[in-house]
Design a protein around this ligand. Structure first.
Ligand SMILES: Cc1cc2nc3c(=O)[nH]c(=O)nc-3n(C[C@H](O)[C@H](O)[C@H](O)COP(=O)(O)OP(=O)(O)OC[C@H]3O[C@@H](n4cnc5c(N)ncnc54)[C@H](O)[C@@H]3O)c2cc1C
Length: 419
């Protein structure tokens, strides 16, 4: 078969990698480089070159499929770097943060850890999130409906419990109660109360885009077209014609959408009989997020002893992060969400924007309906948004599901599934 794949993020690349060799593949990617939300930049510093990630940066050797993919693509344990999962929360303009959690890899004796009521509130979120997971809550139930924290003062609820998910999903703090508890819970579940953050997180040395480039190198029987946006899809007898914005066309037997849902809906507009699918895809709500890499400590607490790997600033109903590359990478390089901030970084080295899906009850319903439509008429959908918890692992898992439907078990499928 000749299979068209739109989108060269983790899901599209993994699908192409799994199917290449068994089928002919045409892979179209709108941007000039593969990787999707994995976007690495290279920054020269006094401490050498550091490669901060503007988008995806937290990975884990506890992601089983993603880890096997990484190994199969030729990256090894040395390509992963443990980074303390420490976190500072503060109001913009306040000199003193209300939370500075411990570093988890090794504590720096110059840091001042601040726990107290905010840490207790955070633990409540971790424990509640675990309960939501354990009870396997239906994705229809919102945070507001599921939550059981009646004794918490309103300020702690907003500044900690709602501010943290808001910074992860990029929505307003007041929108968090309306999100699906299951979708939020997956990010914060921790079964035991604790005085430290979860296990250290990991970064890919050289940036997460490194995996995308390694996968591209291993593609066989695949035509890769960069700066090639799928503009429309038409049926042509038993086949499809994929038309790029440039007008170039590709005739294929089946199409895998590895784009965000809104981009798939737009490309399907030209395809007769696709209105039900488009309605499903349009039910996913996306949030626009702008990120910048910078060399000045914009977004960081005033005092260095309060600096953490992740620093959340609460302001004007939003909470936005600044990631510090010091603890893991040894350099004062920072990446900030700057979507809603007034002041901007002074020494900016790169900027980009993303659209990220919100875990709403409507998205949960849409996901269930999309699963039922997989493969209908030769159309398939992969991507982190097709799973309850958006992550690199989810992107790989979605690709594996679709590849299993499109190809007989081969060595690459086995590499991902056999432990
Ligand atoms: C800012 C941000 C940070 C994240 N951080 C993490 C993290 O640290 N750890 C983690 O596990 N997960 C993280 N995620 C979640 C998840 O892992 C990523 O979103 C993941 O990259 C999704 O992969 P994907 O392949 O589904 O989609 P994407 O990475 O979005 O890839 C889709 C691709 O489709 C292309 N495309 C779109 N429209 C078209 C078109 N019409 N024609 C051709 N190509 C098109 C896009 O350019 C893009 O390359 C993050 C997400 C975001 C947005």
């Amino acid at each position: 078969m000749r299979i068209g794949i739109a989108g060269a993020g983790t899901a599209g690349l993994t699908t192409a990698w799994l199917l290449s060799g068994s089928h002919e593949i045409v892979l179209l990617e709108e941007r000039g480089t593969p990787g999707g939300d994995a976007r690495t930049v290279s920054v020269g510093t006094g401490a050498g070159t550091v490669c901060p990630d503007l988008g995806v940066h937290e990975v884990s050797d506890q992601f089983p499929l993603w880890s096997r993919l990484m190994r199969a693509a030729g990256l090894g344990p040395d390509d992963l770097l443990s980074v303390p999962a420490s976190r500072t929360l503060r109001h913009s303009g306040d000199a003193r943060p209300y939370l500075v959690s411990p570093h988890t890899v090794r504590e720096d004796r110059h840091r001042e850890v601040i726990l107290g009521p905010a840490w207790e509130a955070l633990n409540r979120l971790f424990l509640e999130a675990s309960r939501w997971e354990e009870e396997d809550l239906d994705g229809e139930i919102t945070v507001e409906e599921a939550a059981d924290w009646p004794t918490l003062p309103g300020a702690l609820r907003d500044d900690v419990i709602h501010a943290l998910p808001a910074s992860v999903f990029g929505c307003g703090i007041r929108e968090v109660p309306g999100l699906a508890a299951r979708g939020v819970g997956g990010f914060f579940a921790r079964p035991e109360p604790s005085t430290s953050e979860a296990a250290p997180t990991q970064n890919v040395r050289g940036g997460t885009q490194k995996l995308a480039l390694a996968l591209i190198d291993q593609l066989r029987t695949t035509e890769v077209h960069l700066r090639a946006r799928l503009h429309r899809l038409d049926r042509d007898g038993d086949r499809f014609t994929m038309t790029e914005t440039s007008g170039r066309t590709h005739s294929v037997d089946a199409v895998v959408f590895a784009t965000p849902a809104h981009a798939a809906a737009a490309a399907l507009r030209s395809l007769g009989g696709s209105s039900r699918l488009r309605a499903i895809l349009d039910s996913f709500t996306y949030q626009e997020l702008v990120y910048a890499a910078h060399l000045d400590p914009f977004g960081m607490p005033q005092e260095r002893r309060h600096w953490s790997t992740t620093n959340v600033t609460v302001h004007d109903g939003w909470s936005e992060t600044t990631t510090w590359y010091g603890p893991g990478h040894g350099a004062d390089v920072f990446v900030s969400q700057i979507t809603h901030r007034g002041p901007q970084p002074g020494r900016e080295v790169a900027r980009t924007s993303f659209r990220t899906p919100l875990p709403t009850p409507a998205a949960h319903r849409a996901r269930r309906r999309l699963t039922q439509c997989q493969g209908e008429g030769g159309l398939y959908f992969v991507g982190a948004y097709t799973r309850a918890l958006g992550s690199q692992e989810a992107a790989v898992a979605s690709a594996l599901d679709v590849a299993r439907r499109l190809a007989r078990p081969g060595p690459r499928l086995r590499q991902l599934t056999v432990r």
